[in-house]
Design a protein around this ligand. Structure first.
Ligand code: 5AD
Ligand code: SF4
Ligand code: FES
Length: 383
């Protein structure tokens, strides 16, 4: 399969049906040679030092054509060096779509009254986690809107999943109190995801009414202090965002010394104030993934479901541009259409076992393998 991006023919296939390029079997084959020497210098520097200035990052975020292809190849090479062929799978359980927040881009926002709300019981959540473990998942992600789910119940769920399945647990339930984060860590949770979404305090406040950027960052610091493996991330292509803001996102990933970074494109949702705004592009999302990989070689970076939604090959492309994680859905099928943070989300009609099989096929087709270990942070202290 090939496509034309900015007049450069890129072969996105798995590398078995075309000659190996200069950088080995990356699956991305440069058809002509139009590499800008200043871009090449920046890529060499990023690959050697894993650090760039804001201006340098902006330059890379603006590359096109063969330079874009080269950026993805270099990120893929860094991924291969630090993470090898292994792809970690995290099974996501979307356990509640209630949310008291009103983020302007999100379909779960409280003002969207055109959505049937659901909240799973601890028993249902535990059953789904055990099913995920049976399917071979070594991590489950417990994700919800900010629904105020009882902290003690969450602690109990964590303990029971740990006791019965022994798998790693990632929480993704938004902004809560220090004491709650502490309780969950002590109950056995391993990781926490809290995307900062956009590294610009004013735009953050504009997109998240009633929310304050500094509160977000404070929580990421608490989580780190509590011993969680911490993930954050951004949305690419948000209205009002530009390359400089994305560069600041990436610098912030570095400053926070993140263990995990999630990067997905903005997808407009019909029942939100941003319904008429354009979606984020595949290219900008891939560039953000690639530069993040160059600057945070050890981080776990997922090929996001949002990218798989805007482009059927989106996750494959991300896996070839620095990503080393996929997060398939393990939520019971009947709830899936209701967790509509953005429209046309993939995997809505599938069951957990279908997604597991599908993703196994995708990973194999890229010449990669599904990891059999927990996929903890590669950073010192978690290994
Ligand atoms: N487009 C892309 N990503 C979105 N999210 C929420 N709404 C959208 C949207 N419309 C992402 C946010 C949030 C995660 C649960 O989903 O980054 O952290
Ligand atoms: Fe709620 Fe999260 Fe959606 Fe914001 S992004 S409305 S906090 S589910
Ligand atoms: Fe769900 Fe492909 S991962 S159908």
């Amino acid at each position: 399969m090939s496509e034309n991006i900015n007049n450069t023919t890129i072969n996105w296939s798995n590398g078995h049906n075309h000659p190996k390029g200069k950088f080995g079997n990356t699956g991305i084959h440069v058809m002509n040679n139009n590499i800008n020497s200043s871009v090449l210098k920046l890529l060499d520097k990023a690959e050697r030092e894993h650090d760039l200035s804001i201006d340098e990052i902006v330059t890379l975020l603006k590359v096109k054509g063969d330079n874009f292809t080269m950026l993805c190849q270099r990120a893929d090479r860094v991924r291969a060096k630090y993470h090898g062929k292994e792809v970690h799978l995290r099974g996501i359980i979307e356990f509640s779509n209630y949310c008291h927040r009103n983020c302007k881009y999100c379909g779960l926002r409280r003002d969207n009254q055109d959505l049937k709300r659901y909240q799973l019981t601890p028993q249902e959540i535990i059953e789904m986690a055990l099913e995920a473990a049976d399917l071979g998942y070594k991590t489950v992600v417990l994700q919800s809107g900010e629904d105020g789910y009882d902290a003690d119940k969450i602690a109990q769920i964590i303990k029971e999943i740990k006791e019965k399945a022994g798998i790693a647990i990632t929480l993704c339930v938004g902004e809560r109190d220090y004491e709650e984060y502490k309780l969950w860590k002590e109950s056995g949770a391993d990781r926490y995801l809290l995307k900062h979404e956009v590294a610009d305090p004013e735009l953050y406040h504009e997109l998240h009414p009633e929310m304050v950027f500094a509160e977000r960052i404070k929580r990421l610091e608490w989580l780190k202090e509590l011993g969680y493996q911490v993930g954050s991330g951004n949305i690419t292509g948000l209205p009002g965002q530009d390359e400089v803001i994305i560069a600041r996102d990436i610098k912030l990933f570095q400053e926070l010394d993140l263990d995990m970074v999630g990067i997905g494109p903005f997808i407009p949702h019909q029942n939100t104030p941003l319904k008429d705004r354009p979606a984020g592009t595949v290219e900008m999302t891939l560039k953000t993934v690639a530069v993040t990989r160059l600057l945070l070689p050890l981080a776990h970076i997922p090929a996001t479901t949002a990218l798989g939604t805007v482009d059927p090959e989106g996750r494959q492309k991300a896996l070839k541009a620095g990503a080393n994680v996929v997060m398939p859905n393990v939520t019971a099928t009947k709830y899936r259409p209701l967790y509509e943070i953005y429209p046309a989300k993939i995997c809505i009609g599938e069951e957990a076992k279908d997604c597991r099989q599908c993703i196994g096929g995708i990973i194999a087709s890229l010449g990669r393998v599904v990891s059999t270990d927990y996929g903890h942070s590669l950073k010192h202290g978690f290994r």
